[in-house]
Design a protein around this ligand. Structure first.
Ligand SMILES: N[C@@H](CCC(=O)O)C(=O)O
Length: 259
C-alpha cells in the first residue's frame, strides 16, 4: 500500500486523455500531471531532445515523490522509455499505438494510423508494426499541426477539420476499417473524426489499456492506495491553464498550477 501520487507527463495537454482513464479506473489515487506545453510539439524533435525533455519531466515528478510514472505520450515512449527505465529506479508505464488489435481484427486488411513524426520514425514503432502488421496494409500519416492547434485551444476549428480531411483521404481511398490514434492528444478529435469517417471505420486508442496496465503494475509492486480518501489531483503546466481546463471540464476538484 502506498499513498504517494502517480506521476503522469506529456508534451502538453494531450496526456489528460490518459489521466481521465487512470482516474476513472483508480479513483482513490493521488495524481500529479505535468504538461510540458512550452516544448510542444515533441513529435518534430529528434530522439536526443525528446529523451532530454523526458528526463527533465521525470525528475520533476520524482522530486514530488511519485511512486510510478506514466509516460502519457507516444512520442516520448517510443523514443525515450528504454532510457528512462535504465536511468530511474521507479516503475514506468508507456503508451504505444494500438496496432496489434487493429491488425488482428481488420476485415479489409487495411489499417490507418495517425501519429507524430517522432513516433512513426522511431525504432520501437517499426519493431511493433513489423511484428503485428507485416501482412496488412498500414497507411501511416503524420498528424502535422494537430498538436499545435489543440495546444492553442483550436480543437474545434475549421483549420483542424481541413487537416483531418487531408490526412484521412488516403486512408479512406485504401478502404481502412480501423483508424489507430497514435498520439495522446488525438482522442480529443474523436467527435470530429466521427463526423468525417464512414460508420464502419472503428477508432482505436490505447488509453484504457494504459490505465489497466497502471493498475496491474501498482498491484504487483504493492503500491495501490487502498485508503478511501479524496484524491489530490494536481495539474502542472508551463503553458495555458485555460486550455487544460477546457479539456478537463469543471466538475472535478482539480488544482491547476503553473511551473
Ligand atoms: N501527446 C503526443 C505528443 C505529441 C507531440 O508533442 O508532438 C503523443 O502522444 O505523441
Amino acid at each position: 500500500m502506498s499513498d504517494k501520487s502517480i506521476g503522469i507527463f506529456d508534451s502538453g495537454v494531450g496526456g489528460t486523455s490518459i489521466w481521465k482513464e487512470i482516474h476513472q479506473l483508480l479513483p482513490n489515487e493521488h495524481t500529479i500531471y505535468l504538461a510540458d506545453s512550452i516544448n510542444a510539439p515533441y513529435g518534430t524533435k529528434g530522439t536526443k531532445k525528446i529523451t532530454e525533455l523526458s528526463v527533465k519531466n521525470t525528475e520533476f515528478l520524482l522530486k514530488k515523490d511519485c511512486k510510478l510514472i506514466v509516460v502519457a505520450c507516444n512520442t516520448a515512449t517510443t523514443n525515450a522509455i528504454d532510457y528512462l527505465r535504465k536511468t530511474f529506479d521507479v516503475p514506468f508505464i508507456g503508451i504505444e499505438p494500438a496496432i496489434k488489435p487493429a491488425a488482428l481484427n481488420t476485415k479489409t486488411n487495411a489499417v490507418g494510423i495517425l501519429a507524430t513524426k517522432g513516433t512513426l520514425s522511431s525504432a520501437l514503432f517499426s519493431k511493433t508494426s513489423g511484428r503485428f502488421a507485416s501482412n496488412i496494409k498500414l497507411i501511416e500519416r503524420e498528424g502535422t499541426g494537430i498538436v499545435e492547434l489543440i495546444e492553442s485551444g483550436k480543437l474545434r476549428s475549421d483549420e483542424m477539420r481541413t487537416l483531418l480531411h487531408q490526412y484521412l483521404e488516403p486512408m479512406l481511398k485504401a478502404h481502412i476499417d480501423y483508424l489507430v490514434l497514435g498520439c495522446t492528444h488525438y482522442p480529443y478529435l474523436i467527435p470530429i473524426l466521427l463526423e468525417l469517417l464512414p460508420n464502419h471505420v472503428k477508432i482505436i486508442d490505447s488509453g484504457e489499456a494504459v490505465a489497466r496496465q497502471t493498475k496491474a503494475i501498482l498491484e504487483k509492486n504493492n503500491l495501490l492506495n487502498t485508503a478511501k480518501v479524496n484524491p489530490k489531483l494536481e495539474f502542472y503546466t508551463n503553458g495555458s491553464v485555460e486550455v487544460m481546463q477546457s479539456l478537463l471540464g469543471n466538475s472535478l476538484d482539480i488544482d491547476y498550477l503553473k511551473f
